[in-house]
Ligand binder design. Sequence first.
Ligand code: COA
Length: 326
Amino acid sequence: MNVRITGTGSALPGKILTNAELERLVDTSDEWITTRTGIKERRIAVDGEYTSTFAAEAARRAMAMAGARPEEIDLIIIGTVTPDFPFPSTACIVQDLLGATNATAFDISAACSGFLYGLSIAEKYLRTGAARKILVIGSEVLSRIVDWQDRNTCVLFGDGAGAVVLEASEGGHSLLSTHTFSNGAFWNLLYQPGSGSRNPAADSRTFDERLIYLKMEGNDVFKHAVRAMEEAAIAALNANGLTSADISLMIPHQANQRIIDATSKRLGVGPERVFTNLHLYGNTSSASIPIALDEVNRQGIVTSDNKLLLVAFGGGFTYASAVINW
Ligand code: COA
């Protein structure tokens, strides 16, 4: 059974927040942010824009490319850590926005690996014949869980969404493999302490101690990210009998230019074969890989039969990879 990507789409807020503007919010500088992360600006949702807003728009664009009608969609999977609500799932809201009345819809929580986890689940539905046409979406409005008083984290993140239509089909780009991994031993290095059952949103302590905001041990996360992305990438190469020389383009999770550089160096993939757009969007968590994939697709950066390696890392820890024959 051939599992293929037949459409890609992305949607980003119109509002841009530059490093220069951040200098007025916290004690930081464009120079610090640029040299430590590679990020120059990020997109920020405005009032009335939610995770479902961008998810639905990215999905519409992917469906238009695939020529898929809403009622043909069997399954909608959204990777997100910033759902519209704790429940119902944002995927159900997107189902309603799209009019995808025949779909089953659910969210998954795998942080920055959310899109590749979703792709892996969707692949299994298609290979077993349990679904024929699936929307896999990564969508985030991280600006609403970022602490705008914490310069260690607020400079890193942005909002947006990306989507693909995945189907059992003869046309399109073949998904050759997906691999997913978790390492729960380090769950507390990157997490949102408040608003769940441990620190309920309604407790004044949650608010007073700023527990509702994302927390991160940046140095530790950095080291784990490089090792984990290398492991996930090697699993993907081995499963397909490939070496890094066979990869035409690597699309890594867009967290930090230094993480991307260290990972690609360890894998032996030169910078000319690594796609980056994080200078424009920052880290959009689960949205980063599908936004990049849509840009690669629409800009015609790769040609037929080229091998793409997708690799992600995120809170949990979670990490994941996929190989696409374009
Ligand atoms: N502007 C200016 N200074 C800042 C700053 C900012 N935005 N954020 C932190 N600093 C300061 C720190 O307070 C520290 O100051 P000190 O030495 O006086 O204590 C100094 O810069 C160095 O901090 P450090 O944390 O050691 O910097 P770093 O080189 O590790 O870079 C990160 C910080 C966050 C950029 C880096 O650790 C990183 O990228 N980690 C991975 C984060 C990530 O990608 N997470 C998501 C994974 S999916």
